[in-house]
Design a protein around this ligand. Structure first.
Ligand SMILES: *Cc1c(COP(=O)(O)O)cnc(C)c1O
Length: 399
């Protein structure tokens, strides 16, 4: 049995995986074009062209771009008329912004547990969380796997709730052949460096409702109204505008997305098959109603019956040492973060979210852009760790 790289052995892999972000002369030329056009800011025609192209690609009529995918959530909440004291349901397994955007508008996040198979908010647990103060639900399409939009929309319709999809992980993902981001009143996307489409930073809000689109635009553009004069400020807004540079890069990134999605799907299938045979990791399952998975994260669960004493922390540290980058998890559900000590919030029982943090981790999407022969290293690293499991509990003494 070979020594784990963590304990000084030779790592399985010494070369890097695919680079991220991906770019070539297309992005280079696009940025030069903006440079020479002189239209660098938020009023650049490249910005409106990107907004329309992205919205069309995601089955939506309107796209309102912004500086990032956190403020797009705030724009959605403000445009939807969420007021201080209103309750907004969010999942506990997500990036912090899903819940802090709610706090930023003075509303109260209410955490509802996930379903273990998809790591998305569990629609069966929504009813218990709804009170007369509940105004909205923010489902997250976690890792790019669409949330159960059938069940969520059904409950939202019955209870008169607004749905804001946090699609920061789910560019190009489809639920029953329809793009995510087009189901709720709003769909919010991020173009931050790590996301499946990036300009370093950036975000966009999609909607099919013209009135909501105008309100969201007003938030991001100093309370101006469409067609109004430059100095006419009707509502309280701010400046969240995306720049021409970012829009130019994003048009090029969007053009790459379909091909990259195919490659990620192919590689995810290969990995899942190999890992199922390996027995120590449970590969992700995809709901049969998902017709395109965003695959931002490839989420794995430790098979605890095989790895009794091994924690996610042990496993991911060992994996990184073997030269497999990007293995990570949330060490605790977001409601455990200190920020929530200072703000009103509620949480339902979340045993599955707690279990997720103990048993699950993800590999980020760059690995799924590797060549097929590179994936073998990932599987070999997992097998090497499996064969050394008895030595891993001693990690506790070393880290
Ligand atoms: C990335 C992300 C956001 C937005 O992040 P920004 O970095 O502000 O663009 C929102 N929600 C989730 C789930 C995310 O992963």
């Amino acid at each position: 049995m070979s020594t784990l790289a963590l304990f000084g052995g030779v790592p399985i892999r010494q070369k890097p995986f695919a680079q991220w972000p991906v770019f070539d002369d297309t992005e280079r030329q696009a940025v030069l074009d903006v440079l020479e056009s002189g239209a660098w800011g938020g009023y650049s025609p490249t910005v409106s062209s990107f907004e329309q192209t992205f919205a069309n690609h995601h089955g939506s009529r309107f796209g309102i771009s912004a500086s990032n995918g956190t403020v797009t959530l705030e724009m959605a909440l403000l445009a939807a008329g969420i007021h201080p004291g209103d309750e907004v349901i969010v999942p506990p397994i997500t990036f912090i912004a899903t819940a802090t955007a709610v706090l930023r508008v003075g509303a109260v996040p209410v955490f509802v547990d996930i379903e273990p198979a998809t790591c998305n908010i569990d629609p069966r647990r929504l009813s218990d969380a709804i009170t007369p103060a509940t105004r909205a639900i923010i489902p997250v399409h976690f890792g790019g796997h669409p949330a159960d939009m059938d069940a969520i929309l059904e409950i939202a319709r019955k209870r008169g709730l607004i749905v804001i999809e946090d699609a920061a992980h789910a560019h190009g993902a489809h639920w029953k052949d329809r793009p995510v981001g087009s189901f709720g009143q709003f769909g919010s996307f991020s173009f931050q460096q790590s996301k499946n489409m990036t300009a370093g930073e950036g975000g966009i809000l999609l909607t099919n409702d013209e009135g909501l689109a105008a309100k969201a635009r007003a938030v991001s553009n100093q309370g101006r109204r469409q067609g109004g004069a430059w100095y006419e400020h009707v509502t309280l807004g701010t400046n969240y505008r995306l720049t021409g540079w970012q829009a130019a890069i994003l048009l090029a990134q969007l053009a790459r997305l379909p091909e990259q999605m195919k490659k990620r799907a192919r590689n995810a299938a290969i990995l899942s098959e190999a890992l199922t045979r390996g027995g120590v990791l449970v590969p992700p399952v995809t709901d049969s109603r998902v017709t395109a998975h965003g695959l931002y994260l490839y989420v794995l669960r430790l098979n605890t019956s095989e790895l009794a004493d091994v924690s996610v922390e042990h496993f991911t540290k060992a994996l990184s040492a073997e030269g497999i980058p990007g293995a990570a998890t949330y060490p605790y559900p977001i409601y455990t973060n200190k920020v929530f000590e200072s703000f009103a919030h509620r949480r339902m029982e979340c045993p599955e979210a707690e279990r997720f943090c103990r048993e699950c981790f993800w590999i980020s999407h760059e690995i799924l852009l590797a060549e097929e022969e590179d994936l073998v290293d990932f599987v070999r690293a997992v097998e090497k760790i499996r064969d050394s499991v008895s030595t891993l509990p001693s990690l506790r003494l070393k880290i």
